[in-house]
Design a protein around this ligand. Structure first.
Ligand code: 3HC
Ligand code: NAI
Length: 700
């Protein structure tokens, strides 16, 4: 049983005991109802206190049970709450630390509630694509008023217990304990008092619920959520359910909420958000690096190279209060780098995102140097110099000579072999890749590249550091492009073939943006600079002459159309503006290119565009998985969601493939392989994909 029962004098205490956060799984629910039965049957017990062991009152329904029969097995959460309401002896909830989702709903079923200060109170279900399913939408408005409750339900954000307890007229908390430590004693005292008074037991369900503006308010609320929640059905449903609380009898409102809850649970959007919740936490875990592996201390960081990436990387550490020393070859490069960094902070101050005194505090943590001697006391160094193996060798040789033993040596290389870089030193076990994305102070993703010799505690260290600087760290093995760029290369190749065959860059961008990508491949190329891809292709033509590419992008670059920075790329740009305008020059270039290839352009559907682009990611993702470059499919999804603008509501490319069905994905690939203008070899489904499809399984 995952709820403890004990009797203290004339009070029974039921304490949820289901680590890590007292999720309300089946055995916990059974534990609560059995405790209630015992307490009600024991004549020595006058009242009951319900609380949670450890670091939460309760984090809500047990997410691990979702989609399993246990989730709804009796007693389900609503039945537990009904049992609390019907308890003949008063039940006082002693709420501390975290009361979220079903946890808060459980407390709302109790007759009284005492909260510890500093407790985080929320109905966060909307963040999982659902709504509260155990009366939250019906009971919270009755204790907090419709507007406060709806704001909490639609945002899912946590509010501190003191804030809620101070709201005029609130009936959520009967009492706020003086300190977190005094919570249980105060809850027991209240339980004794109400038991002695013997007054009828108050039930939230019996409180009235209305809004003075009625329909007009709900119309307003609907308009508010519409923009916010374009691709998610749950927020609008939250409004419907809270409105029902004001219009229907309590039990009808409960049935209405339940219906919506069950339907939302089945939506692909909810599946995606629940997947992301778990994927995010799973990414932080490395299969062979357990909790027993202790991270090294990182109190000071050095960054080599004050260019685009060096400056952005430095900001992450300064923001987290970690001192940074930046090294360059020349003073003017340092001055330029520091100047840009300060300007970035100043822009944040201007936009009201940062207080002026914080700017100076952060800048004070930054020092600069031209000498490696100044790096002797540093715990971790991140190299962000030119992308050239010779330059990296020079830098890592010097680092090896000066850094203290045990310091972590990281490289931000985006394409070079981390094992080679490690072998430039006498301490390859301390070397790791930390692939930040540009702009490094903004992008959430951090690919952690584990070399063949990288020590486990170095992995633990960089994962801990990533958490401190608020990055989503995903571990990748060593390969060309790591997880993200290796996959995007296949996506880009498809974009090229689609243009060769008859699509316009605008059509490709429009189709994939409609699917939900933040930006299509051609607008993206123009933004990042088409010369970057060109340089990679030129290397590929030598290294992998068998690989097939559309040459349209090369022709574009030969014309100097690198993108926004040259005022022209796949699109035309007006000076000072970023709007991508269709270009007659590019139309002509593509037209002539097709003629040279002997291709008669055909009409390509948006569906084909989306499938070819996304399934290219999926097939390469499957190869990455079977090679062990990524340890789980959900890691690949996290890379795409946090670094490449993949639509959140589709949960990442691998989950999307699961949703489409791997059988269907393989069928499409076989069809693409028959297209003479495409790359038949690439479209052979990865063996892992084929196997999973044959067995009717999924990636996740
Ligand atoms: N059920 C089961 N496990 C849960 C859980 C839950 N509701 N919430 C969190 N966990 C697990 C996490 O998966 C993680 O497990 P791991 O250690 O194996 O990776 C562990 O608890 C710690 O989670 P965090 O890393 O997020 O720890 P934090 O201390 O930063 O945060 C928290 C704790 C605030 C509870 C946060 O985890 C959170 O926001 N959880 C989500 C809560 C939620 O969405 N609840 C609603 C569930 S739906 C519901 O209740 C439906 C109902 O209306 C019928
Ligand atoms: P950049 O050219 O803007 O900056 C490089 C800086 O390193 C320059 O300021 C240069 O003076 C300095 N430098 C060069 N050699 C040096 C040496 N021997 N010692 C000290 N400083 C030296 O380059 P950027 O874009 O910042 O890239 C840096 C690294 O980050 C590269 O490895 C690149 O592949 C990688 N990267 C770049 C991304 C991007 O979008 N720009 C994204 C992810 C990784």
């Amino acid at each position: 049983m995952t709820a403890e029962y004990k009797v203290q004098g004339d009070i029974a205490i039921i304490s949820l005991s289901n680590p890590p956060v007292n999720g309300l799984g089946h055995s916990t629910r059974v534990g609560i109802t059995q405790g209630l039965d015992k307490a009600n049957a024991d004549p020595a017990v006058k009242a009951i206190v319900l609380t949670g062991d450890g670091k939460a009152f309760s984090g809500g329904a047990d997410i691990r049970e979702f989609g399993t029969p246990k989730a709804t097995q009796e007693p389900n959460l609503n039945s537990v709450i009904r049992a609390l309401e019907y308890s003949a002896k008063p039940v006082v909830a002693a709420v501390h630390s975290v009361a979220m989702g079903g946890g808060l709903e459980l407390a709302l079923g109790c007759h009284y509630r005492v909260a510890a200060p500093g407790a985080k109170i929320a109905l966060p279900e909307v963040k999982l694509g659902i709504l509260p399913g155990a009366g939250g939408t019906q009971r919270l408005p009755r204790v907090l008023g419709v507007e406060t409750a709806l704001n909490m339900i639609v945002s899912g954000d946590a509010v501190n217990s003191e804030v809620l307890a101070s709201l005029p007229g609130q009936k959520l908390f009967d009492q706020l304990s003086a300190t977190p430590e005094s919570l249980i004693d105060e809850a027991i005292a209240l339980a004794r008092k109400v038991a002695a008074e013997g007054a009828p037991l108050p039930l939230v369900r019996n409180l009235p619920c209305s809004h003075p503006q009625g329909d007009a308010y709900f119309q307003f609320a609907r308009n508010m959520v519409k923009g916010m929640a374009k691709n998610f059905p749950a927020p609008a449903k939250c409004v419907d359910a809270v409105e029902a609380a004001t219009k229907r009898k309590f039990d009808d409102g409960m049935a209405f909420e339940r219906d919506i809850f069950m339907n939302l649970m089945l939506t692909p959007e909810s599946r995606a958000l629940r997947h992301v919740f778990q994927a995010e936490r799973a990414a932080a875990k490395i299969p062979d690096v357990g909790d027993d592996v202790k991270p090294r201390a990182v109190n000071k960081v050095a960054i080599i190279g004050a260019g685009t990436m060096g400056g952005g990387i430095a900001m992450n550490f300064l923001n987290a209060g970690i001192p940074v020393v930046m090294l360059e070859m020349k003073q003017d490069a340092l001055d330029r780098g520091v100047g840009i960094l300060r300007k970035n902070y100043e822009a944040q101050v201007k936009r009201g995102k940062l207080k002026a005194d914080k700017l100076e505090q952060r800048m004070a943590l930054l020092s600069t140097t031209l000498s490696y001697d100044d790096l002797k006391d540093v715990d971790m160094v991140i190299e962000a110099v030119f992308e050239d193996l010779g330059v990296k060798e020079a830098v890592f040789t010097k680092l090896d000579a000066v850094m203290k033993p045990g310091a972590v040596l990281a490289s931000n290389t985006s394409t070079l072999d981390v094992n080679k870089i490690a072998n430039f030193t006498q301490r390859p076990q301390d070397v790791v890749g930390l692939h930040f994305f540009s702009p490094a102070n903004v992008m959430k993703l951090l690919e952690v590249v584990r070399g063949a010799k990288t020590a486990k505690d170095v992995m633990a260290t960089v994962m801990a550091v990533a958490k401190k600087i608020k990055k989503t760290a995903v571990v990748s093995g060593v390969c060309d492009g790591f997880i993200g760029n290796r996959m995007i290369e296949e996506y880009s190749r498809q974009a090229g073939f689609l243009v060769d065959e008859g699509a316009t860059p605008q059509q490709v961008d429009r189709a994939i943006e409609k699917f939900g990508f933040a930006m299509g491949p051609f607008r993206m190329g123009d933004l990042a600079g088409n010369d970057i891809g060109w340089a990679i292709r030129k290397r590929r033509y030598v290294e992998r002459p068998d690989m097939k590419y559309s040459k349209a992008a090369d022709l574009l670059c030969e014309m100097g159309r690198y993108g926004q920075k040259t005022g022209a790329g796949w699109y035309d740009y007006q000076p000072g503006k970023r709007d991508a305008l269709p270009s007659p020059v590019v139309d002509k270039l593509i037209d002539e290119h097709r003629k040279a290839l002997g291709i008669t352009p055909r009409k390509i559907s948006d569906q084909e565009i989306v499938e070819r682009l996304v399934f290219a990611l999926v097939n390469e993702g499957a190869r990455i998985l079977e090679e062990g470059i990524a340890s789980k499919a959900s890691d690949i999804d996290m890379v795409y969601l946090t670094g490449y603008g993949f639509p959140l509501w589709r949960g990442g490319p691998m989950l999307y493939a699961d949703t489409v069905g791997l059988f269907n994905v393989v069928q499409s690939m076989k069809r693409f392989a028959r297209n003479p203008h495409d790359d038949a070899k690439f479209w052979q489904p990865a063996p892992l994909l084929r196997k999973l499809a044959d067995e009717g399984k999924t990636f996740n």
